[in-house]
Design a protein around this ligand. Sequence first.
Ligand SMILES: [Fe+2]
Ligand SMILES: [Fe+2]
Length: 338
Amino acid sequence: MNSTRTLVNTGLAHNLSRAVTHSFAHQSASNALRCSYQVGLCAHRQFSTSRRAQIEVFPPSKDLPHIKETRAAWPHPDMTDKQLNNIQIDHRPTRSWSDKIALNMVRFLRWGTDLATGYRHDDSKPYVMNSRKWFIRFIFLETVAAVPGMTAGMLRHFRSLRRLQRDNGWIETMLEDAYNERMHLLTFMKMAEPGWFMKTMILGAQGVFANGFFIAYLMSPKTCHRFVGYLEEEAVKTYTFAIEDLDKGRIPEWNNMKAPDIAVKYWNMPEGHQSMRDLLLYVRADEAKHREIHHTFGNLTKDDPNPFVSKYKDESKPHPSNGFEALKSKGWEREEII
Ligand SMILES: [Fe+2]
Ligand SMILES: [Fe+2]
């Protein structure tokens, strides 16, 4: 998978990257003193052109007469330290033409995203990433990552309605997947917010990707789940590299940064484990879970029961679950579980 880390070195790439960088750098200067959340040290809003009123994406609860708190629709399953630290970069080799199409689509999209977000992570070349560039990448990726789960869930919901058949539990897992990705986005939006350039890119990317995925899912759900499995392999890489960079001291702004409240509540982050590094560990584990879910769904037929919410005849044997107990990076094979 080295090709996915390739530096995009064309003139177009350079110019586009410079345009993004310049745009955000300019905005950053004018907004540098604004804080989006309390971090002990006041964190600078990295790149924002929005007025204060627009950036309250997750406003503090107002003093409403009857409502005390609005909880997360899908509470996040707990994770142990061991589970968080055990996540590894992995790749499921292709076994069919459908797999190859899915993988090449991901490689192509990755190339485009690297270009758009000015991303480069190659130890043989000078280091170009920084806090601002990482946040641009996280935010852009999460706006795209939350599309497949919602689209797949919606299409399976409609299929169940029109065919008057049970769905066998896939819809909820797909919607939870989309919800989880959106929580990643909302968390990073608390730390930095895109300016007009990135907002335009997000709009365009959603327009193309959401429609493309919708049509592709109607044609071949299996290929689409494999595609998302490969996309999640890339997401695990991205967050692993970000954690490595933090550990190497390449992003000093993150050393004392605290995870925003929305993240502490959602992941139920324990006291003493609420740093930026902890946050990245939680997000990476979620991406590894998505990788497992979509690679597994890519191995099943669409009428199979959802193995992540099923009860097993032999519960003592390792099997898929909603949690992080027996995570399989390449997904579960159909013969193992159905
Ligand atoms: Fe994500
Ligand atoms: Fe994901």
